[in-house]
Design a binder for this molecule. Structure first.
Ligand code: ATP
Ligand code: MG
Length: 276
């Protein structure tokens, strides 16, 4: 297997040396984004700059999203042409883009946001306001919502339109006329429903939700307790603001585990002296 891997890398390297865009894209986009990332970070900066010109912002965003280290992604974003970088950030899911921007200084954030597609910039700006380590700071605004008076058929149609950009399509959150969260159903629930059934007839009314200021560690615990793949985030009037998915929570658990480890080991965290 390793050998195959090496051969593949060599092939990629050759296409780059020959400036064979078509050949590179064929080989490269065949790989899983994680493997793409592995290849990518092994390259010299000059080679990466070449690769950016071969790929679309969306393709580069996929690579960025498969990397774990926010600082690393920030450095890569910073080496790109700013206009291209802002398109990459816009293609990333809003919560991930915010994590990266939060690693930059204020001037850089502002300059990216001004050249970015306005609707993506607006979404990111909203998320930037939330306090670190709260539900608001880890949620994403790309969720699927429907109204309780819609039929299953209408909702299915809507789902088709919203699905390409949604973080998960597995849960559909149900809103009333004031856009308050009043129910939830799973994709399975929707698929098995009769087409003319109203959503309010099949939704689950007792929605487990978290408030936007809730601490991320408590949310991780809730996610474990309830075993949902995502949790909705609401304001004090039950308006749906976003969702937190399991993968966001895995990042949190990793972070909290290393914090706890530092405490055990007696390492002082200079950045958070008031952490209890
Ligand atoms: P099942 O467990 O019945 O096989 P499933 O595997 O399709 O269902 P689960 O993820 O287990 O889906 O969710 C089960 C049910 O939980 C779904 O019907 C869904 O409506 C409901 N649900 C999802 N999120 C929430 C939530 N935040 N609060 C309350 N119920 C929820
Ligand atoms: Mg289940």
């Amino acid at each position: 297997y390793e050998e195959q891997y090496e051969q593949h890398w060599e092939k990629l390297q050759q296409t780059l040396e020959l400036d064979n865009i078509e050949g590179f894209r064929n080989e490269f986009l065949d790989m899983h984004p994680y493997d793409q990332a592995m290849f990518f970070i092994e390259q010299e900066k000059s080679v990466r700059l070449q690769i950016y010109t071969y790929l679309s912002p969306e393709e580069v965003a996929d690579i960025m999203e498969s990397m774990d280290e926010e600082e690393q992604v920030r450095d890569l974003i910073s080496e790109m042409d700013p206009r291209f970088a802002s398109m990459v950030l816009a293609e990333m899911s809003a919560d991930n883009a915010v994590d990266i921007l939060n690693e930059m200084d204020k001037d850089h954030i502002a300059s990216f946001l001004t050249i970015m597609d306005p609707s993506a910039a607006d979404e990111i700006k909203q998320l930037l306001h939330y306090e670190e380590k709260t539900a608001g700071s880890i949620m994403t605004t790309e969720y699927i919502a429907t109204y309780k008076t819609n039929t299953a058929k209408q909702t299915m149609q809507q789902l088709k339109e919203q699905a390409p950009d949604a973080e998960t399509i597995y849960y559909l959150y149900v809103l009333d006329e004031d856009k308050r969260l009043v129910g939830v159903l799973s994709l399975r629930d929707l698929i098995v429903a009769q087409e003319d059934t109203r959503i309010e007839a099949i939704m689950m009314e007792k929605v487990v939700a978290v408030s936007v200021g809730k601490d991320q560690e408590e949310i991780a615990q809730m996610m474990r307790d309830y075993d949902f793949l995502a949790l909705p985030v609401v304001d004090f009037q039950d308006h749906l603001l976003g969702i937190i998915t399991v993968d966001d929570i895995m990042d949190v658990m990793e972070e909290e585990a290393s914090d706890d480890y530092s405490k055990l080991a007696g390492v002082t965290d200079v950045e958070r002296p008031n952490d209890s």
